[in-house]
Design a protein around this ligand. Structure first.
Ligand code: ADP
Ligand code: MG
Length: 243
């Protein structure tokens, strides 16, 4: 893997899942998943609805308890680490469902992700460079934004703390192609220029394969197949995602 601009180095293991199982109550959803994501890599986990993609991300973040296995970040176990602490240490999360305060303005939704108002200008600049409409409409209530605009605000907010790693849950869901293109460019630039390691879960295969370096397919909570980018990758992935 190549190194990027701004002096970041690719290569060492950043996030490691070892035989991870998790679920809700007595029900196991994520089954025995082992994955290693290297610093500076974009990794896409694909799978149909209900296969456990969101559960996997929430398990990594510590919102859902491990039933078995371990998750490490830079070699240190995340067992017992509170989600807020993990996020403060540089792991950003763009959730799938209703992550914004609908009655609050764009500005206030962003402020809530920051420790103090003084950070606003510096923190928002990078994200606004991808999605300039946010800067022009800071006073608009999040609930009055279109679905695509809300996704862009969610992603922008997750980038505010200049994370080392970004977990993104179905950011392309329901978006028109031009918005998907802008989000793809933002994610690629975060990695290429700033070395942000990205774990994305997606149902949109074309978007995922356009952005990612490596991929895995999740089926009923387990990894069904995985690989890098080769000439037959699209067909191979498509085969798994067929009904
Ligand atoms: N809070 C919950 N309580 C119980 N079961 C859940 C909960 N959230 C999700 N599930 C179940 O876990 C499975 C995987 O869901 P999810 O991780 O959301 O899948 P995906 O993100 O791939 O669509 C589904 O069968 C879903 O019904
Ligand atoms: Mg989901």
């Amino acid at each position: 893997m190549r190194d990027g601009s701004n002096g970041w180095k690719a290569g060492d293991d950043l996030l490691k899942l070892s035989a991870v199982s998790s679920g809700y109550g007595a029900v196991t959803i994520v089954k025995d998943i082992s994955l290693t994501i290297k610093r500076g890599e974009i990794f896409a986990v694909m799978g149909k609805n209900g296969m456990g993609k969101t559960t996997l991300l929430k398990t990594i973040l510590g919102f859902i308890e491990l039933k078995a296995g371990d998750v490490t970040l830079e070699g240190a176990s995340l067992r017992g680490v509170a989600p807020a602490k993990l996020i403060a240490s540089g792991v950003a999360y763009a959730p799938q469902d209703q992550p914004l305060f609908q009655d609050l303005s764009i500005r206030d939704n962003i402020r809530l992700a920051l420790r103090s108002d003084r950070e606003f200008k510096n923190a928002s600049e990078r994200a606004f460079s991808y999605f300039p409409f946010l800067r022009d409409r800071l006073g608009q209530k999040a609930g009055t934004l279109s679905g695509g605009e809300q996704k862009m605000l969610t992603l922008a907010r997750s980038l505010m703390h200049q994370p080392k790693m970004l977990l993104v849950d179905e950011v392309s869901e329901g978006l028109q192609p031009s918005v998907v293109d802008r989000i793809a460019a933002a994610l690629k630039n975060e990695r290429d220029a700033n070395g942000v390691t990205i774990l994305m879960v997606e149902q949109n295969l074309d978007f995922a394969l356009r952005v990612a370096d490596r991929w895995a397919i999740l089926k009923l909570g387990a990894i069904d197949d995985q690989g890098g980018m080769e000439s037959n990758t699209r067909e191979r992935v498509l085969e798994h995602l067929k009904i």
